[in-house]
Design a protein. Structure first.
Length: 296
């Protein structure tokens, strides 16, 4: 009994940390960092669609290089590091203690939060390398990185199965993101009651189109990875930049690339809106928190 009570108390303390004001601030800072990256990726992809781009990749490494080349670029990069670290910390707290929103304790949501935390940790490490080295030396195109990792895994026992499974999961996740965006599921996490009618329409448009674009890109990237497994050819795997460029090779031509780029840009703008209007824990589960306070 004592062990059970101790475990319950530890969980309660952990949940208090996850729902604290500090973690709320971390989530908002992290969302702003995500917004900066996706806005820059979208802008770079738009330039590529119109025949420009300046040799930069339309991916996170290209976005980071763009930031590093600005006046006080290294200071900006360290600010981005802080934002990405905050994002990773927030997702880790969700994985450990569940999300404050409804359905946050489902194991699938916790597993998803853990995956996102690992993703932002990797991105954060890449930005730290760039900030320490300076310029563009610390970044690497996602396309070559994807091919290198895929080639290594393909050589493992059951490597083709692992690569194929990863590609299939990524494609399914993309479909889920697409459907949830079109159904406007993201609005349940927002304080829409604090928005004007016009603002709510704008935020909804950004969330639907931006989320749908992210879903489509994820599906395409997953299918390319699955194709690499089927053909046992790491060269078929594509990162974000090459996936976006492949849209220009479709019958729709550069127009599809530009549309996807604008979608990613809108997702970046939506990230800023989510940072502004995301529900705080005390608004999501007031009854539960009140019960916890009374129990104390």
């Amino acid at each position: 009994m004592a062990i059970d009570e101790g475990g319950a108390q530890a969980k309660t303390r952990g949940q208090s940390v996850a729902d604290s004001r500090a973690m709320e601030v971390a989530s908002r800072v992290g969302l702003c960092a995500r917004g900066v990256i996706y806005v820059l990726v979208g802008l770079l992809a738009v330039r590529i669609g119109f025949g420009g781009g300046g040799g930069k990749e339309a991916d996170r490494s290209g976005a980071v290089r763009t930031i590093g080349e600005q006046p006080y670029g290294r200071v900006l990069l360290w600010a981005l590091v802080a934002g990405l670290a905050a994002m990773a910390l927030w997702r880790l707290s969700e994985a450990a203690f569940g999300q404050a929103t409804a359905g946050g304790d489902k194991w699938t949501r916790r597993l998803g939060s853990l995956g996102l935390a690992m993703f932002y940790i990797v991105v954060c490490i890449g930005v730290v390398q760039t900030a320490l080295v300076g310029g563009s030396a610390g970044t690497r195109a996602s396309d070559q990185t994807s091919k290198d990792y895929t080639a290594r895994v393909l050589q493992w026992p059951f490597g083709r199965v692992l690569v194929g499974a990863f590609g299939a999961v990524l494609a399914v996740v993309g479909v889920v993101i697409l459907i949830r965006s079109l159904m406007r599921k993201f609005e349940k996490n927002l304080r829409t009651d604090r928005m004007s009618r016009r603002t709510r329409r704008i935020v909804a448009t950004l969330g639907v189109i931006g989320g749908a674009a992210c879903g489509v890109v994820a599906v395409a990237t997953g299918l390319f990875t699955l194709l690499a497994a089927v053909r046992f050819d790491a060269g078929q795997a594509k990162g974000l930049d090459e996936t976006l460029r492949s849209f220009a090779d479709t019958p729709a031509g550069p127009a599809l690339l530009i549309a996807a780029a604008l979608g990613l840009l809108m997702f970046g703008l939506y990230s800023f809106c989510e940072a502004r209007w995301r529900k705080a824990p005390e608004h999501d589960a007031p009854a539960e928190q009140s019960a916890n306070r009374n129990a104390r």
